[in-house]
Design a protein around this ligand. Structure first.
Ligand SMILES: Cc1cc2nc3c(=O)[nH]c(=O)nc-3n(C[C@H](O)[C@H](O)[C@H](O)COP(=O)(O)OP(=O)(O)OC[C@H]3O[C@@H](n4cnc5c(N)ncnc54)[C@H](O)[C@@H]3O)c2cc1C
Length: 487
């Protein structure tokens, strides 16, 4: 059907933007409740799971509610957590924190234990379940704009040059949603809540020798290398999960708070050189790399999620539980609640988030930065070879999906004139340098000029630069970006 703008239009009962755990769970529940409902789900990845990256320790509580017979239906939950281990690291040594002292939210074993999963694989399975129920899934379609009706209600989205109309649209874009951000402003959804807190997570997937593999071991690391950097304000820690057939998922989650001197990528590479970590990886093979930001503000940073014509769900709203560092089951539950129209405050999700306090380690200053980082290309790597493993690709004949905004920060008296005269406001230099440091994909290159070079084709869609306020991220052509497998 064509409308007055000559854009093709399609009509649905519900449109869902984003095929992560939140969007897929909402789609499945909508069809379970009313099989005749016309539900459409879009994802900007070339296939479902292509842009999904997580740890991941998975609490199956919401899945139990959504698909109670998931075991019989071969859900890819094959590795129960058998052992929790928390290490405090210094540069050369490690202290195991006795499990007795492990905060309850960080325990993953027990009767109702958690699983080590690949979230990408879980999403692919959920997508098959959704399609069996009749959900129309369109991967390779990025929703770029929101449609508003004459009554100011959200009336759908524009994706792939088409208008997708629906009386109800769910936004499940994950952390720092491009459209979610606009909705928060338009409907003033953040009024009275604290600013959102973000972290950047980097992850590699390794295949290791069978004799080193301890299936079901969930290892967490705090302390070195994040703590002890001069002036670095980085909360976070590392994880290493043994699962599946000789697979190890290893990663670092670091704070993203204002400009600092931290390169999370380098600290992640450094983490792998610790004697307690390298012993698992030596002789192994790195098979994947990626990065993604996550929300960590908890309940106090949660905006109002409902607005006329739709709702925000999952990390697009900020439902991750920061005390447990888990957002998959909370994203799923928020999708269920939206589909059922059950009030959030009457759910276990509200109770879980109400009791969740993010835990921060005290940071101290030490003298000196870490030694310069040099990859050995066996255990540690550089950004280009890492980005290569993410299979990221962007068509060249499209407008750049990253718009630098660092000029906006400069005092107005310098703005405008500086670019012509070549005398630069010193405030330009600092962001240009830090962008090169924190970008996990080498998109930004500092070359002693006030503006960094932008290699947009490397972008992993982690959105750290958008969060830092140095660039504005908008969705590139659908299907572009990383193609993660098993992340
Ligand atoms: C390194 C790391 C480790 C983590 N570890 C854990 C863990 O161990 N346990 C746990 O429970 N949680 C963990 N999390 C958090 C968890 O992954 C997230 O909370 C969860 O994935 C959020 O689900 P979501 O559906 O809201 O968003 P996402 O999983 O981010 O999915 C969003 C989807 O929307 C699509 N999309 C975005 N914008 C558009 C658009 N405009 N148009 C079309 N499609 C779009 C994306 O392609 C993506 O597929 C971790 C996160 C990271 C980064």
């Amino acid at each position: 059907m064509n409308d007055m703008n000559h854009r093709e239009t399609m009509k649905f009962d519900v449109v869902i933007v984003g095929g992560g755990p939140a969007g897929l769970s909402a789609a499945i529940r909508l069809k379970q409740l009313d099989p005749d409902r016309h539900v459409c789900l879009l994802d900007k990845g070339a296939e479902i799971g292509a842009h999904i990256l997580s740890g991941a320790l998975f609490d199956p509580r919401a899945l139990d509610e959504l698909i109670p017979d998931w075991q019989a239906r071969n859900a890819p939950l094959e590795t129960p957590v058998r052992e929790d281990r928390l290490l405090f690291l210094t540069a050369q040594r490690a202290w195991r924190i006795p499990n007795f002292f492990l905060p309850t939210p960080l325990r993953n074993t027990g009767n109702k234990g958690n699983y080590i999963v690949s979230l990408g694989t879980l999403c692919r399975w959920l997508a098959l379940e959704a399609e069996t129920l009749g959900v129309e899934i369109y991967p390779g379609f990025a929703a770029t704009d929101i449609l508003y009706g004459t009554d100011e209600k959200v009336a759908g989205v524009i994706a792939g040059g088409m208008e997708l109309h629906a009386p109800y649209t769910l936004f499940a874009e994950g952390c720092r949603g491009h459209l979610g951000k606009q909705l928060e402003v338009r409907f003033n959804l953040r009024q009275g809540v604290t600013p959102q807190v973000y972290r950047l997570g980097l992850k590699e997937l390794w295949e290791i020798p069978p004799d080193l593999h301890q299936r079901g071991l969930a290892l967490h690391m705090i302390g070195w290398p994040l703590i002890g950097l001069r002036g670095a304000r980085a909360h976070g820690g590392g994880f290493l999960y043994h699962y599946g057939d000789n697979l190890v998922s290893i990663g670092l989650v670091a704070g993203l708070a204002g400009p600092n001197e931290l390169s999370p990528f380098e600290e992640f590479q450094r983490l792998k050189t610790h004697p307690e970590i390298r012993c698992f990886l030596e002789g192994g093979r790195r098979i994947a790399y990626g990065a993604r930001t996550l929300v960590a503000g908890g309940l106090s940073a949660l905006p109002s999620v409902n607005f006329p014509g739709g709702a925000l769900i999952g990390d697009d709203a900020g439902f991750l539980n920061p005390a447990r560092l888990k957002g998959i089951h909370t994203a799923m539950k928020s999708g269920l609640l939206a589909a059922e129209q059950t009030p959030f405050r009457e759910s276990w999700l509200y109770e879980e988030l109400r009791g969740a306090r993010p835990w921060h380690l005290p940071l101290w200053k030490s003298n000196g930065r870490s030694d310069p980082f040099k990859p050995d290309h066996r255990l540690t790597f550089d950004k280009p070879s890492s980005v290569f493993l993410s299979n990221t690709h962007h068509e060249e004949n499209q407008p750049c999906h990253l718009r630098l905004t660092i000029h906006d920060r400069c005092p107005s008296e310098n703005n405008g004139t500086t670019r012509q005269t070549g005398t630069y406001c010193s405030k330009f230099i600092q962001p240009a340098r830090t962008m090169q440091d924190y970008c996990p994909a080498g998109v930004y290159e500092y070359n002693h000029a006030p503006l960094p070079l932008v290699n947009a084709q490397n972008c992993l869609h982690c959105k750290a630069c958008d969060i830092q306020g140095n660039a504005e991220w908008s969705p590139p052509q659908g299907g572009n970006g990383p193609i993660y497998n098993g992340m």
